[in-house]
Design a protein around this ligand. Sequence first.
Ligand code: PMP
Length: 311
Amino acid sequence: MSAELPGCHRYINRTAQTPLVPVRLGAGPAVWCKLEFLNPSGSTKDRIARFILEKAWRQGRLGTTDRVVEASSGSTSIALALACAQMGLRFTAVLPEGVSGERLLMIRAYGGEVRTTPRDQGIRGAIAEVERLGRGPGTFLPRQFANPDNAEAHRIGTACEVIDQIPGGRVDGVASGVGTGGTLVGLYEGLRESGCRVVPALARPVNLVSVHEVECCSFSARIPGVADALSEIFRPERLPDLLTVEVRDEDALAATRELIRLGFPVGPSSGLNYLAAVEVQRRLGGTAQVVTVFPDRMERYFTTELFKPFA
Ligand code: PMP
């Protein structure tokens, strides 16, 4: 077992919390929003990047000369690129063509290498390429779509923070869009273990586009990071009585702009999550306390539809 983490990583406060704040738009009910965009690389994926790498390092599965290789449409690659920069590790991000230029620049600025796979193969093409690269020696694959430590980072991290932060330590509902499912599954399990009788809810954009006719894999073109039926982590038996709240893309984008106008510099999935959480609050009614996350920052979306009205 390695005694000390490499690089400047070990000096960074691992217990820093993101704020949990009540947010209300217009006449709707207030819901509790975890400001995950305040993590160091700008998204909630810092949590899983650090957790997965630190655990692998401590267990001796990851060494200083290894190259970390991951498939991600952006946020996880940026978070891993930052964590690898801090730990002095090499990093390769494998991304489907078409990922926004800002994301590629961030990964490269942290010293990461970027490889692209054909756009029409979507994230599955990128995952297949990662598995091919991983067959070589000296590679470490975090495998965010299959690694149980993804949900674990949220179960023992995010969920515990929420319990400490929310009044009375009581959560009645938790809503989130799903990419890998790590956020929703980990939060739900952590909150349940803390004694909350919490209802889990999937925030689902209605306009999911099928990326591959043969595989049952869909993603949202307008709400990046959110997909459907993609991951080994997001399994129905882990989320009993799961509610599904469908949200129109236009509404998610409009809510995102309103959140930005209120001073939350967030990306499109925050609008999606927010509207789903409000709907869960309405269904549960009364004083139900519903939690959601604002996963990432608005700067990643300057060249997308989100910012068209301001161009
Ligand atoms: N990245 C972003 C930007 C997201 O909005 C979301 C969904 N909330 C995710 C990732 C998905 O998180 P997870 O992979 O934990 O399901």
